[in-house]
Design a protein. Structure first.
Length: 545
């Protein structure tokens, strides 16, 4: 549980050349993060400096304390809808408290070593809710992109779209043209220069056009007259216990999303640099970063995949790059915040529309539509629930459905068949046959609640014509309490029909469960054999002659 930076220092992995590369990468990433942080702050329902404060404070701590070499932390598009909804219900103070609470939850996740557990979320759910967030993020930007004159936009997706349609007559075509120009610049600028981000170029060009031509387009300054370039002193909002209780669910939403997105980003980064991150330390770093962000009045933060990838591509190989990125953003915020007032809102909307498209993983989404129907069902259900209802509901329902489908799939692949020992000593599959009066059944696969009904149905065929039943558990990898109950019912049926029940080839996990739950004592140690052959040989004296 040591931060990656400290591990690298202990191993003496730093050289002058590597540190210089990290500093350069950090500066470039800061240039990329600047417009994104401002845009994400505004779209989340807070003032632009809140987004920058988050990138500065949380970004620095996530790199300093986290478990990844190259992770860049800060505000991301995934949080926009969640943050907006929390502000609607609880105000800015509620958001700050929820962010701090989420940070505490993330630290607990890390200390409890939940980092590996979160990795077990199915790919279909991850892609589904990511695409859903992308759609909802795009929807939030349409007002500024089109220049619509709407005082209050609903937080929910469907009412939001209805509101846009009702107010479509208030569209500002000048703002729309500036927004379209911004998208064109963002998309085509990389063909000219890949080092300087297209979003920054779009901001500079469109801001100059609007200011020099005096165009009637809403800007950051007209929407937020008072902007501060200073970092506030840390403080806790004054909240009552009832409000804090109401913030528990939003805090868990932030924590779960931050954990999933940061670990996904770290895994992607590992693939790019051929390294390994410490998932539990990364969760602790993310938690501490969010606690600090909340204390300084920021919004939730997590690992940003696009900024992390940019860091790697520009030579960043240690947490120093992320720390430099935060420092550069701080200096920029202090010196150039007054200029930010001139930036057109439609340009920021255009930037986030491009971000929403890129984060949607639409090629992956389309390819998953060709997967088995059960996987497609989970994907689409998670996607639509994220868009229409809520991210937490989408993940909960998606996980439950995925687990049910998984259980069904495993159950379908678990076989319970009867076998006998052939003349040559080889296994021969048969159907309800016996060698003498000895019936042998074999369980192939996990023996758990999903297959016990099949087991019970087959065992109902038992009758008094058999003297011995050998249950071969060589391929029964696991056994649960429901399976034990089924075995006890089988034992009672065998007793009723005067059939001797023997067990063979019990693996370590099933044997431990069978012993702990008293089934071995029930059948007797003498009825447990190391192999099927020995079980059949041991059963011969029990056969009636």
């Amino acid at each position: 549980m040591r931060p990656k930076l400290f591990t690298m220092i202990k191993k003496q992995e730093f050289t002058k050349e590597k540190v210089i590369k990290d500093i350069v990468a950090g500066i470039i990433v800061a240039i990329i993060a600047l417009p994104l942080s401002v845009a994400l702050g505004i779209s989340s329902g807070v003032s632009p400096e809140k987004g920058l404060i988050t990138a500065v404070v949380a970004g620095f701590i996530i790199s300093f304390v986290g478990g990844s070499r190259v992770q860049i932390g800060g505000p991301t598009g995934a949080f926009v809808i969640i943050v907006y909804g929390i502000i609607e219900d609880y105000g800015i103070d509620g958001l700050i408290m929820a962010t701090i609470m989420a940070g505490v939850i993330l630290v607990i996740f890390g200390l409890c070593r939940f980092g590996n557990i979160i990795k077990f979320v199915p790919h279909t759910i991850t892609v589904g809710f990511t695409a859903g967030i992308a759609v909802t993020l795009l929807a939030t930007q349409l007002k500024d992109f089109l220049g619509l004159q709407i005082d209050k936009v609903p937080a929910e997706f469907i009412p939001k779209i209805i509101c846009y349609v009702k107010n479509i007559s208030s569209i500002n075509f000048t703002a729309l043209v500036i927004g379209i120009l911004s998208i064109i610049i963002i998309l085509f600028w990389p063909k000219i220069n890949k080092k300087i981000p297209g979003s920054l170029v779009a901001i500079i060009i469109t801001t100059l056009i609007v200011q020099l031509m005096g165009l009637d387009v809403e800007t950051i300054g007209s929407k937020f007259p008072t902007l501060s370039g200073a970092i506030p002193m840390p403080s806790l909002p004054n909240m009552d216990l009832k409000t804090i209780e109401g913030l528990i669910q939003p805090a868990f939403t932030i924590a779960i999303l931050a954990a999933m997105e940061s670990l996904l980003s770290a895994v992607v980064a590992d693939g790019m640099i051929g390294g390994n991150h410490n998932s539990n330390m990364e969760l602790i770093g993310q938690g501490l970063g969010n606690i600090a962000s909340g204390l300084f009045g920021g919004i939730p933060a997590t690992g940003a995949i696009a900024r992390t990838a940019a860091n790697v591509k520009n030579g960043g190989r240690s947490p120093i790059a992320g720390m430099v990125h935060a420092v550069v953003l701080l200096l920029t915020m202090i010196m150039f915040m007054p200029l930010a007032k001139m930036i057109p809102m439609t340009t920021l909307g255009a930037i986030l529309i491009v971000v929403s498209y890129n984060m949607g993983e639409w090629k992956t989404f389309a390819s998953l539509l060709k997967a088995p129907k059960s996987e497609v069902t989970v994907l689409l259900l998670t996607f639509f629930l994220t868009v229409v209802l809520d991210l937490v509901v989408a993940i909960e329902v998606g996980m439950v459905l995925a687990m049910i489908l998984f259980v069904r799939r495993v159950a379908e692949n678990t076989e319970i068949k009867s076998t006998i020992l052939g003349a040559e000593g080889d296994d021969e599959e048969v159907s309800d046959k016996s060698k003498g009066n000895v019936l042998v059944y074999e369980i192939n696969g996990p023996f758990f609640f999903g297959v016990t009904h099949k087991f019970i149905d087959i065992m109902k065929r038992l009758n008094s014509s058999y003297d011995v039943l050998v249950l071969d558990m060589k391929h029964a990898t696991t056994v649960d309490a429901t399976a034990i109950d089924a075995l006890e019912r089988l034992y009672k049926r065998c007793e009723k029909n005067n059939i001797k029940l023997c067990l063979a080839n019990i693996k370590e996990q099933p044997k431990k469960v069978l012993t702990n739950m008293g089934f071995i004592d029930l059948v007797g140690e003498e009825a447990v054999f190391k192999s099927r052959d020995k079980a059949i040989e041991g059963a011969v004296p029990n056969v009636a002659i």
